[in-house]
Design a protein around this ligand. Structure first.
Ligand code: MN
Length: 198
């Protein structure tokens, strides 16, 4: 599928004259595929987990956020593909716009497809409903599995830390490290900052 086709749903939901989010016209160049996790205080707080695949960011909304504990299975609901330049977006989506609320870049980095050794591209692994990636983020590192469950007819997945040396069961990473990896600000500080500017 061409990028223009993949981003159709993303663009149809947004008025780019009213939201500061990117329209996806820019081509982003980077070393290897990127991942990003954005903390998003919308109607409900969630974490948007995004992986660069085929020129777009494949996306999942994770209500409880990622865990570093292999025993924790985190629900991840597939959402529409986002443009690559969305990975750097941090700020306020105006009220009344799609996803209205505050966004911070909670973690970012590059990743590797762990199914590559079995001859599967990321597209194929996601198509089959079982992907495994090695994250090299500032907060999250190591293997993570994405497993499709299709519970209640929705495109639901589970995001699970794989049991490797990067697994960490003592600390709750979302509480220990709430801040943006771009600005160092918490989502509350980013939200409050914009109010002061008005
Ligand atoms: Mn979101």
């Amino acid at each position: 599928m061409a990028k223009e086709e993949r981003l159709k749903e993303y663009r149809s939901k947004r008025d780019f004259h009213r939201t500061p989010e990117p329209s996806g016209d820019r081509e982003t160049m980077s070393e290897g595929p990127i991942f990003v996790i954005q903390k998003h205080e919308a109607t409900r707080l969630h974490y948007d987990f995004r992986l660069e695949v085929g020129g777009v960011l494949k996306s999942w909304a994770v209500p409880r956020g990622p865990s570093t504990d292999p025993k924790e299975k985190r629900l991840a609901v597939a959402t529409e593909d986002h443009p690559l330049d969305y990975a750097g977006f941090e700020g306020i989506i105006p009220a009344g716009q799609y996803g209205g609320g505050t966004v911070i870049v909670w973690d970012q980095g590059v990743y590797r497809n762990l199914k590559e050794s079995e001859g599967q591209s990321m597209e194929e692994a996601l198509e089959r409903g079982l992907a495994a990636v090695w994250l090299e983020g500032e907060k999250l590192r190591g293997g993570y599995a994405l497993i499709r469950t299709r519970r209640r007819g929705k495109d639901e997945w589970l995001l699970i830390k794989m049991n490797d040396e990067q697994a960490e069961t003592e600390r709750v990473i979302t509480l220990a490290r709430p801040e943006s990896v771009i600005s160092g600000k918490t989502i509350e500080e980013v939200a409050a900052g914009t109010n002061h500017d008005r």
